[in-house]
Design a protein around this ligand. Structure first.
Ligand SMILES: [Zn+2]
Ligand SMILES: [Zn+2]
Length: 755
């Protein structure tokens, strides 16, 4: 026996409502230690006393063996003299609960609950709402804080005696599990007049008959059809008015995911982990998936069941199903029962639903892997509202309102940036309501009263208007953050760095400080400011937003008055409108200037016959990436000016594309050479900027870098030249990450940004 010692410790992070106190209790008893553990406003506090070896082992295990839903930010240990304590106690929470606690994200059904679900002898056998301290709904059912049952959507379900006993027993897996329930006391499944297992049986039969099923999930309604059935997938697509956007597929297990797609080890961890995003995976050639599921796409979005209901449905149906957010076109996911019946009646043939209300609509998250790391493209269910921990403190409370498309907002204090769930495109009333209600909800949950409100510079964004309205009240200081600076700052925060870096922000649209539309930007940036040190040469967008929906207009803008374009297919396809669009670009009337990289990709996509009009944002560029042959090396040259800021000629790339097309080169080769050319131009500009500034770290951000071919080539080329390259992982590279960037910039800026 070593010397007797006592240590007090504070544990911060997501440590309440996740079984942390019982875990500490069990661990201390196993090691023969005395002491206590309790919750307070900052997390968990504890004391352990006993042999020095035992205490050392306890402190090692505290983080290493923490319960699955715990996210530990910080453990602070203090040495104190032993008190001669003899037992270990769990201290009750203070009356009225504890404010300021972190709410955990919704979590996939754990292995213990799955065993109960499949065990005919268990009282929760085939119960679609089984959950415990280690799994189940959280964020989507929380109405307020402190987090306890009366402040969740489980408030209306009184615990039966058996559930109450489990809830009160520190040795039970369901000790203080707020959503605990069972068939005797919990929510019920329903389909029409059928309940429980009968409802499931009908659902499975309907799927087998090729019907469209609305299924109430964790964060909203989904629409489901058999993934192998072309008539079913086609019917869903036409009823949903979703012409081309790929549907996600839920598969019964990992083995089936492997039948459909190539699954690398990082993807495997994402698929089977507790957060369960949709994972974008390279599809196998012979994958038995109906063509209408993901038309013309080399990738499939795949996810594994994450609720007990999904597990039952997939086990019984025993084949992959399409599982796509229930909404019409670009509206947000439907989550209220009455709303579901109204809006989905023309789409779904039947509703598999239940009586546990959803408080916050939350879409599925979307991830992919890149060089052994996960990359989130949409950070929502399973991640929100857990904070992104940043490198330095927010000294004042910050609200960042995000961008217009793929909106998220962010509330921040301390070292925590509470990035919201995916709100969506802020262009209709429903989304705007989610946005404003979401901000209020987060403010209450995390006890944040903003002193600073950060916003985009675009005066017409609804998020900007919201921020400026809020600032009108006089108590909140507005800080405008340039869109691409926010992207680069988000990438810095994502990597817990502060710069300076050479930021490459490539996306579709962002309001520039010169009031033109930016989107192909090189910024010398840190968290406090930036200088625009390079960009793509601006071109006209004939027809403004019409050019976003019709990429062929960008081809016209790039080719401009070049004579003899009549032989090009894209010109022939639009022979009637072409001259007018070209002269619109030449005159500049209704044709704003843009340095957007997204629009350059659009122009090339149209030239290669990939797409003349788009049905969703970024579609042309996504399909251009699909077309490119990754085996092709070598890229087209682009002129780089010696001016300050440096400019890159997109027109040079377009000209090479045209030359190769005329030479009869295969389009997959041309598409690849274009990608490689863009990557080489980025390397060329960064090399020149490094000479001028001495900065050797590059941060890549913006929606264009969702293009993995481009990202891969760019990182290769930059690293080959000795650059250190930062890319996104924890937050999206697209506009979903902008609010985080705004928040850290605002925190590092004393007044409004004026560049
Ligand atoms: Zn569980
Ligand atoms: Zn019960």
């Amino acid at each position: 026996m070593g010397q007797r010692v006592r240590r007090e410790a504070r544990v911060e992070g997501v440590v309440q409502g996740v079984g942390f106190r019982p875990f500490v209790h069990t661990l201390a008893r196993r090691l023969g230690l005395a002491g206590h553990v309790g919750n307070d406003a900052d997390g968990v506090f504890l004391a352990v006393e006993g042999s020095s070896e035992g205490v050392a082992r306890f402190l090692d295990a505290l983080k290493a063996e923490a319960p699955p839903l715990a996210v530990i930010d910080r453990i602070e240990v203090t040495e104190v003299p032993p008190l001669g304590a003899a037992r270990f106690d769990i201290l009750p929470s203070p009356p009225g609960g504890v404010a300021n606690t972190l709410v955990s994200a919704d979590s996939a059904t754990c292995a213990d609950c799955l065993r109960e679900l499949a065990d005919p002898g268990d009282r929760r056998y085939r119960y679609p709402f089984v959950n415990c301290t280690n799994c189940g709904p959280r964020f989507t059912i929380v109405r307020g804080v402190p987090y306890d049952r009366p402040r969740t959507t489980m408030a209306g379900f009184a615990l039966c005696r058996d559930c109450a006993r489990e809830y009160a027993d520190p040795a039970d897996r369901r000790f203080h599990a707020q959503p605990v329930c069972c068939p005797a006391c919990g929510p019920r499944l329903r389909l029409g007049t059928a309940e429980g297992d009968d409802a499931l049986r009908v659902a499975v039969r309907l799927l087998g008959e090729g019907r469209v099923l609305a299924v109430k999930g964790l964060g909203g309604y989904h629409l489901a059809v058999a993934a192998a059935s072309e008539p079913a997938a086609a019917a869903l697509r036409s009823r949903k008015h979703r012409e081309d956007k790929p549907f996600a597929i839920m598969v019964p297990d990992l083995a089936v995911a492997g039948d459909l797609c190539e699954v690398d080890p990082v993807a495997e961890r994402l698929l089977t982990g507790r957060r369960r995003p949709i994972v974008l995976l390279p599809r196998r050639r012979a994958a038995p998936v109906a063509p209408s599921v993901a038309p013309g796409n080399r990738m499939l979005g795949v996810l594994l069941p994450y609720t007990p209901l999904h597990h039952l449905l997939l086990t019984d149906f025993a084949a992959p199903i399409v599982l796509t957010s229930a909404n019409v076109s670009d509206e947000p996911i439907v989550f209220r029962d009455d709303e579901a019946r109204d809006r989905l009646s023309g789409i779904a043939d039947a509703f598999l639903t239940h009586d546990r209300p959803i408080h916050v609509r939350t879409d599925d998250s979307v991830a992919r892997t890149f060089r052994g790391r996960a990359q989130l493209q949409r950070r929502s269910r399973g991640y929100a509202p857990e904070p992104v921990v940043v490198g330095q403190d927010f000294r004042r409370h910050v609200l960042a309102c995000g961008a217009e498309l793929k909106n998220t907002f962010c509330l921040a204090k301390g070292r925590h940036a509470f990035l919201s769930h995916h709100i969506g495109d802020l262009e209709n009333y429903e989304t705007l309501r989610s946005f404003t209600e979401g901000i209020e909800h987060f403010g209450r949950l995390f006890d944040i009263a903003p002193e600073i409100v950060a916003h985009d510079l675009h005066p017409e964004y609804l998020s900007t208007k919201y921020a400026l309205d809020l600032a009108e009240s006089g108590t909140v200081e507005p800080v405008g953050v340039q869109h691409h600076h926010a992207h680069i700052a988000a990438c810095l925060a994502d990597n817990a760095e502060s710069g300076p870096v050479l930021g490459v922000a490539f996306d579709g649209t962002g309001y520039g400080t010169d009031h033109t539309i930016w989107g192909g930007e090189f910024l010398l940036a840190d968290l406090a400011g930036f200088r625009r040190v390079g960009h793509l040469e601006p071109v006209r967008m004939p027809g403004g937003t019409a050019a976003v929906r019709q990429p062929w207009r960008m081809a016209a803008a790039y080719l401009g008055a070049t004579d003899d374009t009549g032989d090009l297919d894209v010109v022939r396809r639009h022979a009637r409108e072409w001259p007018a669009v070209v002269s619109m670009a030449a005159s500049g009337v209704n044709a704003p200037l843009t340095s957007s990289a997204g629009r350059l990709f659009d122009a090339v996509a149209a030239l290669l016959g990939v797409r003349d009009t788009t049905n969703y944002e970024g579609q042309a560029a996504i399909e251009l990436e699909q077309l490119a042959d990754p085996a092709v090396r070598g890229g087209y040259p682009a002129g780089i000016s010696a001016a300050d800021p440096v400019t890159v000629s997109g027109a040079d790339l377009v000209k090479s594309v045209v030359d190769d097309l005329r030479a009869g080169r295969a389009v997959d080769v041309v598409a690849a050479r274009f990608h490689n050319g863009v990557a080489e131009a980025i390397r060329g500009v960064c090399a020149r900027l490094r000479e001028a500034t001495g900065v050797g770290t590059v941060a890549l951000s913006g929606g264009v870098f969702q293009n993995v071919l481009l990202l891969d080539r760019t990182v290769d080329l930059l690293e080959g030249r000795g650059f250190r390259v930062l890319t996104h992982s924890r937050v999206p590279t697209n506009d979903g990450g902008v609010s985080l960037g705004q928040a850290v910039v605002a925190a590092n800026t004393t007044g409004p940004v004026r560049q």
